[in-house]
Design a protein around this ligand. Structure first.
Ligand code: BTN
Length: 256
């Protein structure tokens, strides 16, 4: 296990503002916690908070994010948008992961609605957004990204069937620095791209569309065919009775 070589990251970084201020820790509870402290203390828009290990990494829907030391990317971006960016951020993050991975490696990457990054039938990366809102104003958003780079997923029984890593897909170790720099480059470019273009490219990569799915949102379970997504990022589900339902958030299971 070795720590990230930040000079190797910087040498590949083409961003103007994203990740130019970067905090790297060996271990935290969660980069979301550390980033929140930094944001409360006035951290600038675009600051990146990274660590090597999380003792309480968290995922969407109250889940745990497996965060062993020295293997993966655990990153939180502090964003202070001047105007509301709407659903664009949730679309551009998985898209940036997909573009970065495909730029570096001969792999095909898909997105499972809303923002899981998949290779084949397994999850490679996920994202979590936590925002601090006062009234109608977003003070800051903490955009957390977990990307499995060199994790031996097969050694973790609860992940072996559902998760993957770049190492698993390529059968070799991958330099995390290259992945991180490429990810930050794509994130900044997409953040500045028109929302319509981000939506279109995100939609093109959705492996969910056209599939029979089950969507769980809280206690509600809805079955149907994932017909399309709208520009707000909602999943348009055709139910067995013919109704078209727009779903804002939830956990999708693809049916065979
Ligand atoms: C998910 O798919 O459930 C979202 C996973 C998000 C994990 C990342 S790792 C960096 C940041 N810190 C956390 O505790 N969670 C996010």
């Amino acid at each position: 296990m070795s720590w990230l070589d930040l000079r190797r990251v910087e040498a590949r970084l083409a961003t103007r503002w994203l990740g130019r201020v970067l905090l790297y820790c060996t271990v935290t509870t969660s980069t979301q916690d550390l980033a929140r402290r930094e944001a409360e203390a006035g951290a600038p828009h675009g600051m990146a908070v990274l660590d090597d290990e999380q003792t309480a990494g968290r995922g969407r829907l109250g889940r745990t994010w497996h965060s062993p030391p020295g293997q993966n990317i655990y990153l939180t971006l502090i964003l202070r948008p001047e105007a509301p960016v709407g659903p664009k951020v949730a679309m551009l993050v998985p898209l940036a992961v997909a573009q970065a991975v495909e730029e570096l490696f001969p792999l095909r990457v898909g997105i499972k609605w809303p923002n899981d990054v998949w290779i084949g039938q397994r999850k490679l990366a996920g994202m979590l957004v936590e925002s601090e809102i006062r009234g109608t104003e977003t003070l800051y958003s903490l955009v957390g990204i977990g990307l499995n780079v060199n994790m031996d997923v097969e050694a973790v029984p609860e992940l072996a069937d559902i998760a993957t890593s770049l190492r698993r897909e390529l059968s070799r170790e991958v330099p995390r620095e290259e992945v991180l720099a490429s990810l930050l480059n794509h994130l900044e470019a997409l953040y500045e791209a028109p929302a319509e273009e981000v939506w279109r490219r995100w939609r093109e990569r959705l492996i969910t569309l056209g599939r029979a799915v089950v969507v769980r949102a809280g206690h509600q379970v809805t079955e149907g065919v994932a017909e399309d997504v709208d520009r707000e990022g909602r999943l348009l589900l055709r139910c067995p009775d013919g109704a078209l339902v727009a779903i804002e958030a939830g956990d999708v299971t693809l049916r065979p």
